[in-house]
Design a protein around this ligand. Structure first.
Ligand code: 2BA
Length: 107
């Protein structure tokens, strides 16, 4: 068994969640925050049999869109020239980790 962690944009989360569930997989949705942009995203965790991992990943990829987001970057040229300008950062579609599950129980 594997545990899939998938970090997706909040805007894609409802669709990703619905499609994973509709395909018959169990999934848990957690509110998370990206360390770089410090904005909210969604982390899904899903425990699946080894042979089903690719199927779940395909669903996540299909419904997670790539976006650009503006981030303010501060600059200081001189004491008189201080300000910030927007830098475009590409976010997503999804950041996915797959780890081995040593033991799984439902009690
Ligand atoms: P954030 O950390 O808020 O990062 C948002 C986007 O900013 C990243 O998109 C990436 O394009 C950019 N970025 C991140 N760190 C950067 C840096 N030091 N310099 C320049 N640009 C940087 P994604 O790569 O698609 O990541 C989306 C979200 O997935 C991340 O949000 C974070 O929450 C998570 N994530 C990505 N890689 C991860 C990793 N190796 N471990 C844990 N979480 C990760």
């Amino acid at each position: 068994m594997k545990l899939i962690f998938a970090i997706v944009n909040n805007d894609d989360a409802p669709t990703v969640s619905a499609k994973i569930t509709k395909a018959g997989f169990n999934v848990t949705k957690m509110a998370s925050t990206g360390g770089f942009l410090l904005s909210g995203n969604t982390t899904f965790i899903s425990g699946v049999e080894d042979e089903k991992v690719d199927e779940v990943i395909e669903i996540i990829k299909k419904y997670s869109k790539r976006r650009t987001q503006a981030v303010p970057v501060d600059f200081v040229y001189s004491p008189a020239a201080v300000g910030s300008f927007p830098m475009q950062v590409t976010v997503g579609g999804a950041t996915i980790f797959v780890v081995d599950v040593e033991r799984f129980e439902r009690a």
